[in-house]
Write a protein that binds this ligand. Structure first.
Ligand code: ADP
Ligand code: MG
Length: 291
């Protein structure tokens, strides 16, 4: 039989829009001491609007966005969705990509309208096309903005600069978690360090880890276990392994990737971070009545 305290704790959390997958998850939720949090789509909205379109050389801007967004239709990355929406808002016709290969959380490559198109993070695009040239040197990136690089037929075609915003409740939630005894909070992101630093400038964090591959996110989570029970919160496919490695994995479920929701112990069904302290309180309440 499932104890009454667990049932009522889970249903309290559910009323707040938090899916707690069973008694063990509820128990862990009541005991978290360390938080490892993802950036894009978790601490930020992941609804990046396009702030700059920087096609290089002779590539017409609209054509550049059309090819990039057409390929992004095949990706579930938050930035991919943002670019597809942007292209649609500009009335561009999206074409069907073929032969698509993706490294989740890094970028993707495929054929669009007969062209070889590569879209993703700078690191990924560099690796796909060795000898890409100097167009990708760091001085071209606006500090603090998410940058998506695009190569067409083996040449750098340009950069897409996206302005992703910190969630308005982020600072309040971090302070609230500290009051609940979460005494160590660190950021773990696949994005560049200058973006991570800019986004978190007003937050009181104990550490910022950037440029992480999915494997290195796992490493951060495991390392943090020295400091206590670790809760990891993330949204992307690239977060799924780190969510599974944490004592408690929490997925942003409303807009996040299905893979991360599956790997998680707790899923936020509403797209708001302030439900996390609410869920911790519900878990503690149920533990008290169980005693
Ligand atoms: P976080 O770990 O903070 O959620 P991500 O690594 O998932 O961040 O996303 C931010 C970075 O991902 C950006 O720098 C972007 O360049 C890159 N990126 C990965 N996949 C894609 C894609 N399909 N389209 C555009 N950008 C991508
Ligand atoms: Mg993310």
């Amino acid at each position: 039989a499932v104890p009454v305290a667990i049932v009522s704790g889970v249903s309290r959390a559910a009323k707040a829009g938090v899916l707690v997958k069973g008694g063990r998850a509820l128990e862990m939720l009541s005991r978290v001491q360390v938080l490892v949090i993802d950036k894009t789509g978790t601490l930020t909205h992941g609804e990046a609007s396009l702030s700059e379109l920087k096609p290089l050389d002779d590539v017409p801007a609209e054509r550049f966005l059309q090819l990039a967004a057409s390929l992004e239709q095949a990706s579930k990355h938050v930035m991919a969705r943002a670019l597809v929406q942007e292209a649609q808002a500009r009335g561009l016709a999206l074409l069907l990509p073929s032969d698509v290969a993706e490294i989740p959380g890094e970028g993707l490559r495929g054929i669009v309208d007969g062209h070889d198109v590569v879209v993703g993070g700078v690191r990924y695009v560099r690796r796909q096309i060795p000898g890409l040239g100097t167009g990708l040197d760091g001085s071209r990136y606006p500090v603090g903005s998410v940058v998506v690089a695009v190569a067409i037929d083996g040449r750098l075609a340009g950069l897409l600069v996206l302005a992703d915003r910190l969630r308005s409740e982020a600072a309040h939630v971090i302070d609230g978690l500290r009051r609940l005894g979460v005494n160590r909070i660190v950021l773990a992101t696949g994005d560049r360090s200058d973006v991570a630093e800019t986004v978190t400038a007003g937050l009181s964090l104990d550490g910022v880890h950037a440029d992480l591959t999915p494997d290195r996110k796992i490493g951060i989570v495991q390392d943090e276990k020295r400091h206590g029970f670790v809760m990891m919160i993330g949204d992307g496919v690239n977060d799924a392994p780190a969510l599974a490695a944490a004592d408690l994995g929490v997925a942003m479920g409303a807009k996040g990737a299905a893979a991360s929701a599956e790997a998680a112990d707790v899923v936020l069904l509403v797209d708001r971070l302030d439900k996390i302290p609410v869920a911790i309180q519900a878990a503690r309440w149920s533990r008290r009545i169980a005693l």
